[in-house]
Structures are given as structure tokens and as C-alpha cells.
Design a protein around this ligand. Structure first.
Ligand code: FE2
Length: 279
């Protein structure tokens, strides 16, 4: 799948950009499916939002249950002061998560296969386990910022093994909130840990190393179909989307089954929905 130089680049920079990984037809299949899920979603009194600024405060039972469900989360800025939606429902959802890859046949197909399995192994995951999937809308005008973070904060293993597979389903640009990364930043310490205790969660500070400034961060504008893989310690960020164009993406988080998965991670699985890899 990867030549030696690309594997070397990944080790040095902590990320890898693979253009043309998914075809237009594969993208259309998951986009159509995501829109159908949102169409069928009846929020009722459900007003769960997703925010990276204060996730510990706003996390609720709906969020925790989404570990084994297909759940829709609103953009933080979706609602007007009176509680009504500012844009149509289809333009108000921040993301769908977190078990699409195991519960939905269309997403299962998109998330697995020999190519992804081989890639994961080349990136060091000898026994890849797929914990989480997210369909991220980054809606026009109200698409929320995702503040600087490291994904190992949410998927702690010993040793660190979580690896992110981020698929651009639309062109990601500077205007609509593409990813930003710190090349080589995967050698920096884990700053925070998202810890679950029973039905509550909290963010624990581990290290005071600052997030990268403008001098060390680079944007990753990529065309639709691109797969960006990155290491669990790589600091990354995406800006709010104030443009009239959405920036759909789909992400998968995998750990290595040889590493110990922390009992304090918010996302746990039992035998009712067993963990699987990319096969
Ligand atoms: Fe992330």
C-alpha cells in the first residue's frame, strides 16, 4: 500500500495525506446515507450539541449512549435564543456518531476492506480495532471550530496507539474549515485526558505544553476522496466554517489490540457489539 518513503514520512511528521483514496461513487453512497439518517432523525426534546470547548460540561446520557448507536448531534450555533433552529435540520447537524461503522451496512462497507487493513498495519497497528466512527458535516455558516487537541486524549492506550483515518467527503479548504496539524507534533506529550467516571466525564490536564502557534501549524487543504491518517499524539485543529459551503468528512479511530485500552476511556464496548478491525 505504502512505499518505504511514505512510511518514513509518517513516522517523522505524524500524518500522511493520500489523495484519491475513495472514489466519487463511494463518497456518494455515504453522503446519501448520512442525509437519510438526518432526515429520519426526530430530535423531539433532544438538544444534544457537540462542542470541543466544554464537552465535559455538556456531555450527557445521549452522548454516552452514542458509543453503541447512530446518534445525531447539533452544531453549537444551531439554535436561536428561543430554542428554534436557525437553519433547516439538515444544515444544523454537527455530526453523526459513534457506531456507524458497526451498525450501518453502508458505513461498514466504506470503513473496511483489504486496502484499509493493509494501510493500518503499515502504520503500526498490528491488531487494529475500530472504536469509533463520525460523520462530520462542518455545516455552512455555523460549522463549529474543533479546538486544538490530540485524539489520544479520548482513546488512551498504553502504549499510545490510537490512529485516526480522516476521509474528505468534500473538498476541504481554508475557507470551509480544513484540518490544521503540527508536523512532528506527535513527539510532544499528551496534554489532556478525557476521563469517564460512571456516567460523568471530566477533562484532566496532564501536561502544560502549549498548543502550536501560527509558526508551527500548517493547513491541510485536500480534495474530496483524500484520506488523511494521523498519529494519536498529533495536535490538530479545524477552524469554524463561516463560508456558504459545507465540509463533510468521515473519521475512524482505531487502536492496536496489543496495547492496553484504558478503563477510564468514555467509549467502552461489551459483547453486545463486539469490536472489529478493518476486515
Ligand atoms: Fe481529533
Amino acid at each position: 500500500m505504502l512505499d518505504r518513503q511514505r512510511i518514513q514520512d509518517y513516522r517523522e511528521r505524524g500524518y500522511l495525506v493520500l489523495e484519491g483514496f475513495k472514489s466519487a461513487a463511494e463518497i456518494a453512497a455515504v453522503r446519501d446515507r448520512a442525509l437519510a439518517i438526518v432526515e429520519a432523525f426526530d430530535p423531539g426534546n433532544q438538544r444534544s450539541i457537540f462542542t470541543t470547548r466544554e464537552q465535559a460540561r455538556v456531555t450527557d446520557a445521549y452522548f454516552l449512549a452514542s458509543a453503541e448507536r447512530v446518534s445525531c448531534f447539533f452544531e453549537e450555533e444551531a439554535f436561536a435564543a428561543d430554542g428554534s433552529l436557525r437553519q433547516a435540520k439538515a444544515l444544523s447537524i454537527n455530526k453523526i456518531g459513534h457506531a456507524l461503522h458497526d451498525l450501518d451496512p453502508v458505513f461498514d462497507r466504506f470503513s473496511r476492506g483489504p486496502q484499509l487493513d493493509a494501510l493500518a498495519r503499515e502504520l503500526g497497528l498490528a491488531e487494529p480495532l475500530l472504536w469509533q466512527s463520525m460523520y462530520i458535516f462542518k455545516q455552512p455558516c455555523i460549522g463549529g471550530e474543533v479546538g486544538w487537541h490530540q485524539d489520544a486524549t479520548f482513546f488512551h492506550t498504553d502504549p499510545v496507539s490510537v490512529t485516526t483515518f480522516w476521509f474528505a467527503l468534500e473538498d476541504a479548504t481554508l475557507d470551509n474549515g480544513c484540518l490544521w496539524v503540527e508536523p512532528g507534533g506527535h513527539r510532544s506529550p499528551l496534554r489532556q485526558l478525557f476521563v469517564r467516571e460512571g456516567d460523568s466525564v471530566r477533562m484532566q490536564r496532564l501536561d502544560e505544553t502549549p498548543w502550536p502557534g501560527a509558526d508551527r501549524a500548517i493547513p491541510l487543504p485536500v480534495p474530496a476522496g483524500t484520506l488523511v491518517c494521523f498519529h494519536g499524539l498529533l495536535p490538530h485543529y479545524s477552524a469554524p466554517n463561516r463560508s456558504p459551503v459545507s465540509r463533510h468528512a468521515y473519521s475512524l479511530h482505531a487502536t492496536d489490540g496489543r496495547a492496553a485500552y484504558a478503563a477510564s476511556n468514555w467509549l467502552q464496548r461489551d459483547d453486545s457489539l463486539p469490536l472489529r478491525g478493518f476486515r
